[in-house]
Design a binder for this molecule. Structure first.
Ligand SMILES: *[C@@H]1O[C@H](CO)[C@@H](O)[C@H](O)[C@H]1NC(C)=O
Ligand SMILES: *[C@@H]1O[C@H](CO)[C@@H](O)[C@H](O)[C@H]1NC(C)=O
Ligand SMILES: *[C@@H]1O[C@H](CO)[C@@H](O)[C@H](O)[C@H]1NC(C)=O
Ligand SMILES: [Ca+2]
Length: 649
């Protein structure tokens, strides 16, 4: 259903999806033909590798962090960094491998002395003894920062853990900072050894997982550097991967062509599992029921989100319970030991939709309240997370009219909420509102009103740098067959981009497959002159659309029969794209009451692969924990929602 459909949200829930290792040396010195002054390339004939050497008086060799951390205001909370060096016995006092930050604030630096390896993060130091890095052999050193610890690994033979006294999450700002190679701005001297690569991998625990199973202690580690392709091949046509030998065990390789990290295991270069890499190769076999979840009332929406350092949560939009005392709450659950547990009840009035977002260092939840009286004057609420109490508290009340949906998005550093107002009194003709965050008052203010008819859902998405909002309109008082509208952001306003005929539309889901942009609509209800006998109103067709860039319009790609469909969810497992459609079961045969999952099968397009006899579902979400995939659906009619687990093959 509404919300949870935009890309930003998915990134929030699946933080680990985009782990792209970056070679900082390659970023700083992209062409070996034009070396900065004071930098030279040396060839190590024994190990058959090229590496860099630096004169003590080099100028700054570096680049802005913006180049590698695009769209990030904060340095990754959890990350790994590797470097490959060769250094003899003679050390200057403190030699710097690299640093990230500016003169006033060092975000991250690693330096070496004869006795110590100094890891500095956000002005906090962790010091390790230097016992391996002075034998004039090549070594791969990895650091992993996770929670309040930093682990250092040397050639996968030694692993040491140190406490990193930091608050978590730390929200370390990256604004105005640079990556500098072989030098730290405030202390130490230029690195005197040979430097091969410095690889930064956002995401926790990579360094630990890069190591192959332990090798016998007597295995002859000769530290022949298997880093291929080496610097000399940066500009050649393709990678020259050779079989690695058992002697390479413990060494890492960074493949500049696939931007992946590889480790030599038993003579074969294996891609390092960046959390998902392994399960990405797997395929979905089937789903099984994993947990029954009792909620305060039937639910029309569920939002899964992560608070860094705290955990994964699911919050349900619970309607009013029917009991004697009509309870006005929605349930929020925390993922503990791989099960959801009730965590907090939030005050809502016939909640319709939740969205989670982050502004600065604060976490928010916004709810669209449908309200409980006929005139529909019930506000919707924004909650803010209190990091000490670890609970959400009411933060701002916003005027809404039988609100159906609230959608968060961000454009050029500004924060927005789009509210779908469904009706005002008896009329479906009511303005919906785009709110904008005011940095001074720290509140959302009205930015634009958009006339809407029976508005049900806003879905935000980006294509080619353009910002879009798709509006689902359900009913105009006469018929469910009416146009829904896609808006595009131009000069600080949303203007109409395209109108698409829909039938009782309650949800848009946007997704990308390669470069192609898709939209799928949930048509929920067929009522009006087109169905004057009022037959099988739950039976509709819902369509998938694909963007035609030349025509600047979404075109019908496929139409599938749906039954009380009020939500689509797109997800990817391995190489496969899936769509699952909710089925709220407002009528129909046993078969028509099933929820259906489709898989994209080339020219066959989306083909039904699973028909699931589950409860009446109103919203589907997928989330991941470790390498496992879970699904959660909200039950539209009863207090028992369910979690399902994907069986992979
Ligand atoms: C940005 O960094 C430069 C160099 O470290 C410094 O001189 C300048 O004051 C910084 N600007 C801001 C706004 O912090
Ligand atoms: C709704 O919110 C507006 C704006 O915050 C406020 O002025 C108004 O009193 C609220 N109304 C109700 C019924 O809570
Ligand atoms: C759905 O599509 C089928 C096949 O084109 C058509 O026969 C049927 O009338 C459509 N149903 C609705 C409600 O439009
Ligand atoms: Ca959804």
């Amino acid at each position: 259903m509404p919300s949870g459909n935009n890309i930003e949200h998915h990134h929030a829930a699946f933080i680990l999806l985009e782990l792209v290792p970056i070679n900082l040396v390659e970023e700083a010195i992209p062409t070996i033909g034009r070396l900065p002054d004071g930098v030279s390339v040396v060839y190590d004939a024994i190990s058959h590798v090229h590496a860099l050497q630096f004169l003590p008086d080099i100028k700054e060799i570096g680049f802005s962090t913006e180049r590698i951390l695009r769209h990030c205001s904060y340095f990754p909370e959890e990350f790994s960094v590797f470097f490959i060096i060769k250094h003899g016995r003679e050390y200057a006092k403190q030699e710097c491998i690299f640093s990230i930050g500016n003169e006033n604030n060092i975000i991250l630096s690693i330096s070496l002395s004869k006795r110590k390896v100094i890891f500095q993060y956000n002005n906090i130091k962790a010091t390790f003894r230097n016992f391996a890095l002075k034998d004039n052999n090549w070594h791969t050193v990895g650091f992993s920062v996770s929670g309040s610890f930093v682990a250092m690994t040397t050639d996968c033979l030694h692993m040491r853990l140190k406490r990193l006294k930091r608050t978590f999450p730390s929200f370390v700002e990256v604004k105005n900072s640079t990556v500098t190679i072989a030098k730290c701005p405030k202390y130490g001297t230029v690195f005197r050894g040979n430097l091969k690569d410095i690889i930064l991998v956002p995401g926790a625990d990579v360094a630990r997982r890069t190591c192959p199973p332990r090798v016998p202690r007597n295995a002859l580690i000769d530290n022949r550097l298997p880093l291929l392709p080496d610097i000399s091949t940066y500009q050649s046509a393709g990678p020259r991967w050779e079989d690695c030998t058992w002697m390479d065990v413990g060494n890492l390789a960074f493949d500049v062509y696939s931007h992946s990290l590889k480790v030599c295991v038993n003579g074969i270069w294996k891609q390092v599992s960046l959390k998902l890499a392994e399960s990405q190769k797997k395929r979905l076999d089937y789903l099984e029921v994993y947990q029954d979840l009792e909620t305060p009332a039937a639910a029309i929406d569920v939002e899964v989100f992560t608070i860094p350092g705290v955990g994964i949560f699911a919050v349900f939009a619970n309607s009013l319970s029917n009991g004697r005392k009509r309870r006005k709450v929605s349930g929020m659950y925390k993922w503990v030991d791989k099960k959801f547990q009730l965590y907090q009840k939030l005050p809502t009035v016939a909640a319709q939709s939740w969205c989670h977002f982050t502004i600065g260092s604060h976490f928010y939840l916004a709810v669209a309240n449908y309200g409980d009286d006929a005139d529909g004057i019930v506000n919707s609420t924004i909650f803010r997370w209190h990091s000490h109490k670890k609970k959400f508290r009411v933060y701002q009340s916003i005027t809404t009219y039988t609100a159906r949906d609230v959608e968060y998005f961000q454009i050029d550093g500004e924060h927005f909420l789009a509210v779908a107002n469904h009706a005002k009194g008896q009329s479906q003709y009511v303005n919906s509102v785009i709110l904008k965050w005011n940095y001074k008052s720290r509140l959302f203010n009205e930015m634009q009103t958009i006339p809407t008819v029976g508005a049900y859902d806003w879905t935000y998405f980006v294509v080619d740098g353009f910002h879009f909002l798709a509006l689902a309109q359900t009913f105009d008082g006469q018929t469910t067959l009416l146009d829904s509208v896609i808006y595009v952001y131009r000069e600080k306003n949303f203007v109409s981009f395209q109108e698409i005929e829909t039938n009782g539309a309650t949800d848009w889901e946007f997704f990308m497959i390669g470069d192609d942009a898709f939209m799928v609509v949930s048509n929920a209800y067929n009522y009006g002159p087109q169905n004057f006998q009022g037959l099988d109103t739950y039976r509709t067709n819902s369509s998938i659309y694909r963007l035609n860039r030349q025509k600047r319009a979404f075109e019908k790609y496929q139409t599938v029969p749906t039954f009380s469909a009020i939500d689509w969810e797109h997800f990817v497992i391995g190489d496969d794209h899936f769509l699952v459609v909710s089925n709220a079961q407002n009528g129909g045969t046993e078969l028509e009451r099933q929820s259906t999952m489709y898989r994209l099968q080339g020219v066959d397009r989306f083909v039904p692969v699973h028909n699931m006899a589950l409860g009446p579902s109103s919203d589907w979400e997928m989330f991941q924990d470790d390498d496992e995939y879970y699904f959660i659906y909200s039950n539209a009619k009863s207090t028992m929602s369910q979690v399902l687990k994907a069986k992979l093959k």
